[in-house]
Ligand binder design. Structure first.
Ligand SMILES: [Zn+2]
Length: 276
């Protein structure tokens, strides 16, 4: 099977909410830096002791670019490329600069998309460090020769699937959390593209190349994978075949589906052969 995995509408909505709250947090941090906000305990946490970093999730297809940290803290552990903001620098330009210094990958700062602001007080053992996280997706055919530099002892492309299911917690700082949020956002962006395909004609997104049949009606349901992190819309026929092919998957009716669409799809799946 080879479907492009796209998230559910729910994931898209969550990503949208996350982006909104991130902006709100960023605005609050700016207020605090300018002295207009009420910060935490003034004895332990002041604008003078808060430092700022920028981090980047850079993907190419389904691989993510990670560094092996060359310095403490978390020396020897995998991390997202990133680092401290220099004076006179925006978060975006710092993110692009750090990405280039540590990995050799050059991106236009304007191509970076905000993931969020990460400000848990204990997220960095060096002290109060607030980071702004970005993501950028390089085209799959981009030929990037990533080379270690600056704070990075090594650089590697790591398959996201493996990382998200097993190793994300082993990343330095809260970078596993950032990675997961960024990837969900990226899936949401992919989902939007998929909807465009759906409305431009042709077969439904759940139609697999090994089932050449036409759609058996309008796109009516969403099939979500067993972990609930990704899904595709489909007509009842193709969704049923997809459901039969993904162990533990679930099916939901879309808002404008005819009554009973999810139930019919679920029943039909039991009589469908999984895709080879
Ligand atoms: Zn179909």
């Amino acid at each position: 099977m080879n479907w492009p995995l796209n998230p559910t509408r729910e994931a898209a909505i969550q990503a949208s909410h996350a982006a909104h709250s991130a902006v709100t947090n960023a605005e609050q941090e700016v207020d605090r830096a300018q002295g207009s906000g009420q910060g935490g305990d003034p004895m332990t946490e002041t604008t003078k002791t808060t430092e700022y970093t920028a981090d980047v999730m850079c993907t190419r297809g389904t691989d993510v670019l990670l560094i092996v940290r060359g310095d403490a803290p978390y020396e020897g552990q995998l991390a997202l490329p990133g680092g401290f903001i220099n004076s006179g620098e925006t978060f975006k330009s710092a993110a692009a600069r750090e990405l280039q210094e540590e990995t050799g990958v050059v991106v236009d700062p304007d191509a970076l998309v905000l993931v969020g602001v990460y400000d848990r007080p204990d997220r960095d053992p060096r002290g109060r460090v607030v980071t702004v996280a970005y993501r950028v997706d390089l085209p799959s055919d981009t030929n990037v020769v990533a080379t270690a530099g600056d704070d990075a002892a090594a650089v590697q492309w790591v398959p996201l699937d493996a990382l998200l299911t097993t190793d994300a917690d082993s990343l330095a700082f809260d970078h596993g959390e950032i990675l997961y949020a960024a990837w969900r956002q990226q899936l949401a962006a992919g989902y939007a593209r998929q909807v465009e395909i759906e409305t431009s004609g042709g077969r439904c997104p759940a139609a697999h190349p090994s089932d050449p049949s036409d759609c058996a009606g309008p796109v009516a349901v969403t099939v979500v994978n067993s972990s609930g992190t990704a899904g595709l819309d489909g007509c009842e026929h193709h969704a049923a075949r997809m459901l039969a092919s993904l162990p533990g998957a679930r099916v939901y009716a879309l808002p404008d589906a005819s009554e009973g669409a999810a139930g019919r799809t679920f029943k039909a799946a039991s009589g469908m052969p999984p895709y080879a």
